[in-house]
Ligand binder design. Sequence first.
Ligand SMILES: [Ca+2]
Length: 211
Amino acid sequence: MSYSGYYNPSPSAPPLPEPQSQPNHTYSYQSMPSFPPGTHPEVIRSFQMVDLDRSGFIDAKELQQALNTGYQKFSLRTIRLLMLQFMNPNHPFRTGPKEFAELWSCLGQWHAIFERFDSDRSGKIDATELRDALYSLGFAIPPSVLQLLISKYDDQSGRRVELSFDSFVECGMIVMGLTEKFKEKDTGYTGSATLSYETFMTMVIPFLVVE
Ligand SMILES: [Ca+2]
């Protein structure tokens, strides 16, 4: 295993959805945004249950409510990081059906990864398990970065730091989101890029300010 590159595409890595690159379907015959064809009824039901005003969009709190029924509890910070990753360019602070369906399927994949890499079956992910999980997704993060990431969840009790699924998704969104931002500036995947101060700040601050 090499940490020389920050991004190390692995042939065994399961495909992750790339929301930015997917065509933005618009159904001109309908005034309301709709779900992509073939969306599981449970996904549609979960969305409609919280979209009480039937606007076709939900905010962070409603998204939290919708996902807490399908998965376990998510913090509002993780919800906002997910919204950042699956952003509708026209409605940055609200989630429509298309983004919701993508987000739901992404969470399903993250959950499968969480279970697969929980090697000691503790129901949580420790630093080594997190490193291996991220590596399988093509993110070869340096040990210093892994340490920094996991230190956020250290309760100073001296016990080994372990992440719940909520925290695991939070870490995943940070690593995936920031790596994608960096890759935009490092198109040759060299592990280095030259950034202006403004570009750097614009990249990083959205991940810090969401809560
Ligand atoms: Ca574990």
